[in-house]
Design a protein around this ligand. Sequence first.
Ligand code: UT7
Length: 327
Amino acid sequence: MMLKRVGIIGLGEYLPERVLTNADLEKMVETSDEWITTRTGIKERRLRDKGEAASDLAIRAASSALEDAHLEPRDIDLVIVATITADMPFPSVSSILQGALQIPRAACFDISAACAGFVYAITTAQQFIAGGDYKNALVVGAETLSAVTDWQDRDTCVLFGDGAGAAVVSEVRSGGILSACLGADGSKGSLLMIPAGGSRQPASHQTVDQRGHFIKMQGNKLFKLAVTLMTGAAQDALKKAGLECKDIDLVIPHQANMRIIMAMAKKLNLPQEKIYLNIEKYGNMSSASTATALCEAVKESRVKKGDIVLLDAFGAGLVWGACVIEW
Ligand code: UT7
């Protein structure tokens, strides 16, 4: 039982300007626009400028979310950034963001929950605020996946993009987050990983030669798990909120693959018009996918006051999370 109603009072996003199309990829690896479009739903993705880090994207998305919430940096007392492509091992992206936006004294930490990171971060912020010790949380999903993508590997390089989305999470008078279900299956972590660069395999000439600092993925195995686990997470979150699939007005799914999303929608018996997609424009941006999709859905008036919105995500870990929000 939550002590307070907690919801999202402002949203923002930032997508780098540089566009990489499927036609561009055809010149880089043995692939085709036709294969990428039919197998994934992706047409193009955004790429950061060289030297641009996750915090640079986060700062712009967060500033716009603050403006949308009509809050000043001094109003924020908690900063959470979901990312798997931090600027550096430490300090955290949230600390860098707090410093850049001159948010005085706010608690800062990053969350590593890959593509489910934004759902994990929103849920974490909700708990902090419902507990009563914090008032306004700045929650960001920010990724520069192009920095860890192997541009020689056609299995993965066609999938990912860069971007950031942000939300301000606060106490609300009505609606808000009705339920959240987070979960993980750590036994399957090897299906999606960056093997080197941490304490297991610190950076060395050998790890660079072996291309160990790039994303390694067993896509086919993940595909089936993604459908099952995202469907299960949605059902669990709905049940916890006392709702059914028919009550959902809009689903904001993680944008890993159009076919995963449609298979999940079919299992949940949800029509296509109730699913929000931005995968065609941006590809898979890990934690930034659900964050930007929610922001764009609201901007486009696909979400109205009183609507029931389901955030549903799945990613490396393996982790998953779903969250039901009354807008
Ligand atoms: O973000 C959360 C975690 N990630 C995911 O959930 C991703 C889940 N997986 C996927 O989205 C899909 O599995 C992929 C898009 C990665 C791959 O699609 P698929 O339908 O599962 O293809 P596949 O891996 O079974 O490969 C089919 C064929 C293979 O050729 P053969 O062995 O049949 O001759 C691949 O070599 O497609 C080939 N292929 C490509 N062909 C052209 C793989 N990548 C490409 C490519 N262009 N880029």
